[in-house]
Structures are given as structure tokens and as C-alpha cells.
Design a protein around this ligand. Structure first.
Ligand code: ATR
Length: 302
């Protein structure tokens, strides 16, 4: 249990979203503040959409040092900020705000958070193909990250609603990598998935409570050595990741992106590197306990 020692010097951070009860970030950040003996605290704030502007004014007024921003505010918060990083501007989503003496600066740490666990495979991905499952906000950040940080030669976006995949492909076209859009059909999966070096699930399929869901039904589509990255982290091991493991593919769990984006936000606010390697197992254990308790109570954590 967190031992609270709030002082007049305590720096305040937190997360705004609606609803917010699902967020795992308070546990992560407070645990790290405690581990590093920093006089900081991280609080959840449930902010209804109509109160967003007031909440951001309040951040400035109260001198709150940093905020994470989650669903449904990531896009709508932008007009209320003083500055936005180029990444956040391009993908039109801010998930981290820094209050620098009253100047509010928006960042997107989902991009570096997604990239970090893939960096070890940079060479393996050079000149290869990636399949992106889904075409929502997460896919937009993932495609941006792949184009910016890796040297792929093709990205195939596969989505239930074909028009959304087409719009996304159109948006990033001409960035030196072929981007193609497909509907989510068995034939398209069969044609696209086996030849991909990287498969990223950006849909919510497989998330609690529908834990048996899996976009890729037949496990023969997954291949040995392929990297299979699932952005879903509840449960920690999704059906897709299990299939990937059985096939000898390299699974990357969504929890890793969650931790890495959190570490990036932490660094922006505190200037301190989150000691992920020392604290990863402890965090994983505690997050799993929270998720399992949520499962018993039917709580859906995204
Ligand atoms: P996020 O911001 O997390 O990306 P989103 O923008 O709501 O969330 O996108 C969710 C993605 O999951 C979409 O690609 C959605 O497909 P549609 O564009 O067709 O809606 C996909 N998705 C959600 N439920 C799905 C399901 N049961 N089967 C297939 N795809 C699904």
C-alpha cells in the first residue's frame, strides 16, 4: 500500500479521462515515486467532456505539473494547450501534458512507448512488411511510429470497416513506404499475414471480458520468427499472443507499451528515467492483481 507523505512541496501529476476508474497509471506512477523516494503524487481525475476546458484551466491555476490524457479527451484537449509536439500534432492526439511554469505543452508518448519494445528488431524489419489490424486512433499512432522509426517497405492496414483503413492509408501515403488498405476477411488475412514480419493488433478484439476473441482465427497464419505485438493488455496474455507463442513467433505484450509510454511521460514531468528494469516484475505482478480483481467484479479495464 502506498504510504502517503504529502507535503507543501509535493508535486502533483495525474490522469484525466471519462470514465477513469479503469486506469492503471495511478498505480504505476505512485509505485515508482515511492520506489525512488520522490515527493510526487499521481491522481485520477474523472473529467466529463463538457468540463475539459475548465479542467485544463485548473491545471494551470493549481500548478499541476503534469497530466496524462486518455479516452475521450486525447484529440479535443489540443485547442486548450499552448504548444503541441510535432508528433502529437501529426497524429492529432495528446496523451501527456507538461506544465512548464504556466505554459502547457502537449506530447504523445504512445509513439515512443510503442517503438521502444520494437527497437531490438529494427534490422529484422528493414525492407519488410507489417500488417496493422484496426484503423482507429491507436492504428494512426502505430503507423506514424512505424514510418518514422523503421524502414519497412510495406504496411497493410486491415480493418472491419474498409473505408476507415482506406482513409488511414491515404493519410500516410507518399511517406516512402507502400501503404495498402484491406477489409477484415479471411482471404485478406490469409493473403497478408503469413508474409508479414510484424503483425500489430490495434483493435480491441481479445480484450476482457471477451478474452476468447482473436482477429486471426487460424493459427497457421502466424509464422515462426514473426513479431506479434498486441496493444491489448487486459488480459496480460491475450489469445493472439498465446497463438503467436505456440507458433514460435515473438510475442510483444501490450503491457510493455503501457509501461514504456508511462516511463516517457514520467521522464517529461520529472526529468528522471523510470527504472523499468528494476521495477518491471513488481509492476507486472501488481497490475495483474488489479486486473484479476477487476475480472472477478466484471470491471473492464482498457
Ligand atoms: P483506438 O483509439 O483504441 O484505436 P478506436 O478508434 O475505437 O479505438 O478503434 C477501434 C478499432 O478496433 C477499429 O479499427 C475497430 O474497427 P471498425 O473501424 O470497423 O469499427 C476495431 N474493432 C473493434 N471491435 C472489433 C471487432 N469486434 N472486430 C473487428 N474489429 C473491431
Amino acid at each position: 500500500m502506498l504510504s502517503l507523505r504529502i507535503t507543501s512541496q509535493t508535486q502533483v501529476t495525474g490522469v484525466i479521462g471519462h470514465p477513469i476508474s479503469h486506469s492503471l497509471s495511478p498505480l504505476m506512477h505512485n509505485r515508482v515515486f515511492e520506489y525512488l523516494d520522490l515527493d510526487w503524487v499521481y491522481l485520477p481525475f474523472d473529467v466529463a467532456p463538457q468540463n475539459l476546458e475548465e479542467a485544463i484551466k485548473g491545471m494551470r491555476g493549481l500548478g499541476i505539473r503534469g497530466l496524462n490524457v486518455t479516452i475521450p479527451h486525447k484529440e479535443r484537449v489540443i485547442p486548450f494547450l499552448d504548444e503541441v509536439s510535432p508528433e502529437a500534432e501529426t497524429i492529432e492526439a495528446v496523451n501527456t501534458i507538461l506544465n512548464e511554469e504556466g505554459k502547457l505543452i502537449g506530447y504523445n508518448t504512445d509513439v515512443p512507448g510503442f517503438v521502444r519494445p520494437l527497437k531490438d528488431f529494427e534490422e529484422k524489419l528493414r525492407g519488410k512488411k507489417a500488417v496493422i489490424l484496426g484503423a482507429g486512433g491507436a492504428s494512426r499512432a502505430v503507423i506514424y511510429a512505424l514510418l518514422k522509426h523503421f524502414d519497412l517497405n510495406q504496411i497493410s492496414v486491415i480493418n472491419r470497416t474498409l473505408e476507415k483503413a482506406e482513409r488511414l492509408a491515404e493519410r500516410f501515403r507518399g511517406e516512402g513506404c507502400e501503404i495498402r488498405a484491406f477489409g477484415l476477411t479471411e482471404e485478406n488475412l490469409e493473403e497478408q499475414v503469413p508474409s508479414a514480419s510484424l503483425v500489430v493488433n490495434c483493435t480491441s478484439v481479445g480484450m476482457f471480458p471477451e478474452v476468447n476473441g482473436c482477429v486471426i482465427k487460424g493459427k497457421r497464419l502466424l509464422k515462426k520468427g514473426q513479431i506479434v505485438y498486441d496493444l491489448v493488455y487486459n488480459p496480460l496474455e491475450t489469445r493472439l499472443l498465446k497463438l503467436a507463442k505456440e507458433r514460435g513467433a515473438i510475442p510483444i505484450p501490450g503491457l510493455e507499451m503501457l509501461l514504456q509510454q508511462g516511463a516517457e511521460s514520467f521522464k517529461i514531468w520529472t526529468g528522471v528515467q523510470m527504472p523499468l528494469d528494476s521495477i518491471r516484475e513488481e509492476l507486472r505482478f501488481e497490475l495483474e492483481e488489479i486486473l484479476l480483481a477487476g475480472h472477478q467484479h466484471g470491471v473492464r479495464r482498457q
